[in-house]
Design a binder for this molecule. Sequence first.
Ligand SMILES: Cc1cc2nc3c(=O)[nH]c(=O)nc-3n(C[C@H](O)[C@H](O)[C@H](O)COP(=O)(O)O)c2cc1C
Ligand SMILES: Nc1ncnc2c1ncn2[C@@H]1O[C@H](COP(=O)(O)OP(=O)(O)OP(=O)(O)O)[C@@H](O)[C@H]1O
Length: 315
Amino acid sequence: MKIIKLSQAHNFNKQDFDEMVVALGYFDGVHKGHQKVILKAKEIAETKGYKSAVMTFTPHPLTVLRNQVEEDCITSLEEKIQLIERFEIDLLFIVEFTKEFASLLPQQFIDEYIINLNVKHVVAGYDFTYGSLGKGTMETLPFHSRNQFLYTTVEKQTDHARKISSSLIRKVVRSGDVTYAQTLLGRPYSVNGLVIHGDKRGRTIGFPTANIEVGEGYLLPPTGVYAVTATVRGKEYKGVCNIGFKPTFNKEKAARPSIEVHIFDFHSEIYDENVAVSWYKRIRSEQKFNNVEELIEQITKDKTAALQFFMQKTV
Ligand SMILES: Cc1cc2nc3c(=O)[nH]c(=O)nc-3n(C[C@H](O)[C@H](O)[C@H](O)COP(=O)(O)O)c2cc1C
Ligand SMILES: Nc1ncnc2c1ncn2[C@@H]1O[C@H](COP(=O)(O)OP(=O)(O)OP(=O)(O)O)[C@@H](O)[C@H]1O
């Protein structure tokens, strides 16, 4: 997949590109609704012999337009790129979203970012908007197309009558229902981070853990214990994860919860390495135990619960 960054007043024109079909949107999470849009573009590209493309924007339009602090993202830009790559898309346009870009009139956006890039077919969801104040909609698209391209509108994708959306997924992950998040995303909710040094207590209680540091602004499930997988050095392992403040040992609550994964059947040293944690099922809330023995007893049960979950999952 070729990645092309576009800033305003880019110098590309039609001759620079093969004819293409483009899927438009911000695509935070690349959830099932987004996937439908991207796959539709791919399907049309295959039937018509066009290149397939996705156009996304960074940073999030709301941070630029309403000076909002960026919402916790479901996928960082790098993760979004990786996920879109899995659909075997030919081109990914990453448009720098600035105040100037946002002030483009709908017709200017279409002229400069669609017609000028040799786009022959546009795919977007029923509620996609473009141009200043979101004045361009799927209804105005035929007018703005100047008969230079066709378009396909993807109808609302729902789960039990609720629109599958990034905001619904954020709400669901924050509530701890990582199993439902998986349904909406079409894959488990995951975060990437680096393994940092912890208090080194884990190994002394028989449950060594990889402490994962994730970047700020990452959406996290609430504190508690979860059945997870950890992908390390390209291999996926099952495990059990505690997100929390370890109240059994810590009197003072840290500023941010720690994310600790006890990875099953894994014994390598992985400090400073990248680990992707995927959340499958919430097992329980974090508790303050009276002593280490009680904690060990409970973690043993948590491990059994996670193993049972993964055993049932593969049946
Ligand atoms: C599956 C699992 C469940 C845990 N549950 C709790 C808990 O309920 N309460 C708590 O205080 N700590 C809990 N912990 C955190 C342990 O206290 C922590 O792993 C141990 O102190 C080692 O910390 P360290 O990696 O910083 O050395 C849990 C850890 C794991 C792996
Ligand atoms: N549930 C859905 N059904 C159909 N199309 C969708 C759905 N969710 C998003 N889309 C479309 O996917 C593209 C990317 O969506 P984008 O991230 O820009 O905005 P969105 O509609 O606000 O998505 P979300 O609400 O998930 O943040 C757009 O064309 C949008 O219309």
